[in-house]
Design a protein around this ligand. Sequence first.
Ligand code: URA
Length: 205
Amino acid sequence: GTKPGSHDGSETDRDQQPASLEDCRRCGLWQSATQGVPGAGPRRAPIMMVGEQPGDSEDREGKPFVGPAGRLLDNALHEAGVAREEVFITNAVKHFKWEPRGKRRMHKTPAQREVDACRYWLDRELAEVAPRVLVALGSTALKALLEDTHARLQDYFGKVIEHGGRAVLATWHPSYALRAPDPETRERAYADIVAALARAKKLLR
Ligand code: URA
């Protein structure tokens, strides 16, 4: 590369400290993604919501939560009375991991080593935004935020825990509220997400 910290080879370099996401070779996911998707929202937003990884729409647009899961999240934020300006939205992993299924690109859950490699970017966002409250959307985000690969969503539901000087709340990933097979489960998951966001807001008072 020509820029400091950049890296041209297709090989990965787990110790690389890239200056920008487009140069990141800390894991191999950049190879099949359109682009890296950084977090979005105001610097110093008091609440940070963390998802898993960009989906198909996010990969194409370069912004987090702009597809179906993002629309659900927008509705949930609105219902919880949380303004978009109060939240920074990001993902545990910044590149879309997928496998071909016919003409579609099917989401694949990131491996722990990919989550670990991407912690570099999450740390930078945490330092820059300095949120007071973190909302983990799903288990990948929870594990990443707590730096505990064994953390299970069900053990953290409805609790506010402290980690690294910040309050952490855990709730479902919005995709679960979209895709759970039965409508009652989807509605309950959506209501849980709204409740978690309302609680996050309350913690700011
Ligand atoms: N799902 C996520 O976890 N993040 C996104 O940005 C979109 C869908």
